[in-house]
Write a protein that binds this ligand. Sequence first.
Ligand code: FES
Ligand code: FES
Length: 158
Amino acid sequence: MKTIHVATTVNGDPVEFVCAPDESLLDALRNRLGLTGAKEGCGTGDCGACSVTLDGRLVCSCLVLGVEAEGASIGTIEGLASGDTLHPLQQSFIDHAALQCGICTPGILVAAKALLDRNPDPTDTELRYWLAGNLCRCTGYDKIIRAVQDAARQMRNA
Ligand code: FES
Ligand code: FES
C-alpha cells in the first residue's frame, strides 16, 4: 500500500515516519516510532487508553490518523518523566497504588497532566468529569483521584 511521509514533533523532538493513509496515530506511534506507552484498549474512542495530546488538546490517538500529525506537536506518556525523574503524577500513582494491571495508566496520566496544565487545582468533581473518558477496570477510580489530587497539591507547592 502507498505510504505517506509525515514530519512531526513528539515530546519536543522532531521526528519523521511513513505510514499508510488509513493508519491511526496510535499505530504509527507504536509501530513506526516504537512509542508503546499509549495502549489500544478498544480502538473505537471509548476507553482512553490511547490518550495523547495533539497541539495541546487531549485526543484518543486511535481516532486520529497518523498523517494528521504532520506539522503538529504530539505529547505522549514517554514525555512525562524528566530522564530518570518521574513526573509528580507518575510518582503519586506509585505512592497511592493507583494502578493494578496498568493498561489504562498511561492514558490516565496523559489526561490528568492535560487537566492540571489547564487547571492546577481541580475539584474532585472536575477531575472525575475530566477523566470520565478514561476507563479503568481494576482500581475503582478512588485511588486514581487521590493520586492526581496529591500530585496537584505537590505541583502547586513546588
Ligand atoms: S484505544 Fe483509543 S479510546 Fe480505546
Ligand atoms: S489498572 Fe487495570 S484497567 Fe486500570
